[in-house]
Design a protein around this ligand. Structure first.
Ligand code: FES
Ligand code: FES
Length: 207
């Protein structure tokens, strides 16, 4: 490389470094500007675990619970580990399978990606809250009578989603039921029997 070429390369390298440095500073300033009241130096260190705790209070299956939990506790963890309601299953733990579905204020939600804190003050229904006085809920009964499961791992989620759908839409078509249950996967692929169970539950609940 000639002296002239070396000098040109050095200048280009310096200007790339200056650009990257300026860009990083600009990104920090932009972040601080986008989060009101947050100075750049006060941004949380993402590598540090969040150790803060909060009090959560919610009604689960008609009973009021109050507990102090780490802020990062998911609703699934709270139900399964704190309340020992293990009928709610954890499959993917990342919003992809529906095994963890519970009902919160009348809506089916994935409890693996809902924080317990977000459910504070809510009415939560899990599979354990469906049967009344030892009598199975019609949806549970229909799943048994129509063999709506194989290993059963997805079943509580399927049933809780079915509960929300039938509360809102008591007489669905098969296509409407398929659509409502699209977020609940079954690794055993028992979909035909699940659908039969759901349609039977709809008939039983309307009788
Ligand atoms: S465990 Fe929650 S969606 Fe799969
Ligand atoms: S019955 Fe096994 S995953 Fe659905």
């Amino acid at each position: 490389m000639s002296d002239e070429e070396r000098e040109r390369a050095d200048k280009a390298s310096v200007s790339r470094r200056a650009f990257l440095k300026g860009g990083a500073a600009a990104t920090g300033a932009l972040t601080a500007a986008l989060i009101p009241g947050t100075a750049e130096a006060q941004l949380p260190d993402a590598t540090e675990p969040d150790t803060r705790h909060s009090t959560v209070e919610m009604t689960v299956n008609g009973r009021l619970y109050r507990a102090d939990v780490p802020n990062s506790t998911t609703l699934a963890q709270f139900l399964r580990e704190d309340l020992k309601l293990t009928g709610t299953k954890l499959g993917c733990d990342r919003m992809q399978c529906g095994a963890c579905t519970v009902v919160v204020n009348g809506r089916n939600v994935y409890s693996c990606t809902t924080l317990a804190l977000q459910a504070t003050g809510a009415e939560v229904l899990t599979i354990e809250g469906l049967a009344k006085d030892d009598a199975l809920h019609p949806i549970q009964q229909a799943f048994i009578e129509h063999s709506g499961f194989q290993c059963g791992f997805c079943t509580s989620g399927q049933i809780m989603t079915t509960k929300v759908m039938l509360d809102r839409m008591p007489n669905p078509t098969e296509d409407q039921a398929r659509l409502a249950l699209a977020g609940n996967l079954c690794r055993c692929s028992a979909y035909k029997k699940i659908l039969e169970s759901v349609m039977a539950a709809s008939r039983m609940m309307r009788a």
